[in-house]
Design a binder for this molecule. Sequence first.
Ligand code: G3I
Length: 402
Amino acid sequence: MTDLLSGRRHVVAADRTAVPSGVRGDARRRRRLGLIVAAVLVLVLVVTGLAVVAGDGVEDEPRAGAPPPSAPAAPDRPTLRELMPSGVRIGSAVDGRPLSLDPAYRALLGTEFNAVTTENAMKWRSLEPSEGVYVWAGADQLVEFAEQHDQEVYGHTLVWHSDVPTWVSPQWPAERVRSALKDHVTEVVSRYRGRVWAWDVVNEVLDEDGSLRDTLWLRKLGPGYIADAFRWAHAADPGARLFINDYGVEGRSRKADALLKLVGELRRDGVPVDGVGFQSHLPWDAPPPDLTANLRRFADLGVSVAITELDVRIELPVTPAKLKRQAEVYRDVLRSCLALSACVSFTVWGFTDARSWIPGYHRGYGAACLFDEDLRPKPAYSALADELGRLTRPTAAPAETP
Ligand code: G3I
């Protein structure tokens, strides 16, 4: 038989003893060689196989500047900002840390939202930790990011009872408190004149029973501080939309009634209140039943309305049923906003569970956002995209913002 590898002829014998030793030796050498070749072949196959399965390991280490492996692939679906009808912004609160450090966070923020709110960077304590010394970096970073991504900036917040810098002393005489507050509002609004679309001028001025919240500003300056803050902000940037923002006012309640009365009075007194912000920090199982009707009665005052800080916290553990219910709450709030041409923006208070205030403040609750900890869209995200996809309202319609 002719050997295909060497071309040399072979002699095959039934009884080994009949074969001369030299020939037997050759045969043994050929068999050993064959075994070695086969073993090498198997080894090569195994090694290559392993390399294919595990990858070369190098890929696991994100290359410098390369998006981390968790970076969401470019969505092969229209994003929320692409689906949103004109005249209504889809926004998110932004945490400065991931904005600086996390390319995946930045990528999603830039592609999904056409409006951004500073979660903390524009609060008085962050901006002016010591008197007259301003720290603009965090706020500037977000405004620049927004301008690079064609997003509107919603400034949060100028006058609030929380996050007041420690150098503002309750011992001060009223006049000093007043000038410090006026200087702060004027300084901040002037700096971002024409670059911030809207401001939460005053935040959470009402207590749960609808009375004016007992704050340093109320104690020192009386209820007039609210109107003054709006006038100072308007003087610093006449083009910015000015909002009064609160929570627990999404459905009809004593607090919502009090806010409606306050806004009506301010408008009647010519105070430049352009809009009302409904924070909407909602529980997954008890959303406000009459949100649309409540928003409408504010819109009937001639102001814009906005969902400013939406999140839907889930009582842990998270289950598919709770995620489904959460998705319906997000969908319903969006529907309420889209039902009114006066609703000019729909903002979530952070878009990923990895960066949410809820677990720290609402013990036993979490998973409140549209994307999970790994930036994967949750049923709530799909519900919003689905609702926007169904929209009959023409997307090209010119904005009707009042
Ligand atoms: O930046 C400091 C950090 O340097 C320090 O090490 C750390 C530990 O104390 O604190 C960090 O500051 C925290 C800041 O968030 C940034 O993470 C503050 O302590 C913490 O109080 C602050 O919480 C924010 C809270 O407002 C108070 O300003 C939440 O992130 C923010 O989501 C929350 O947002 C409010 C809205 O402004 C108004 N409506 C309700 C909403 C939820 O409470």
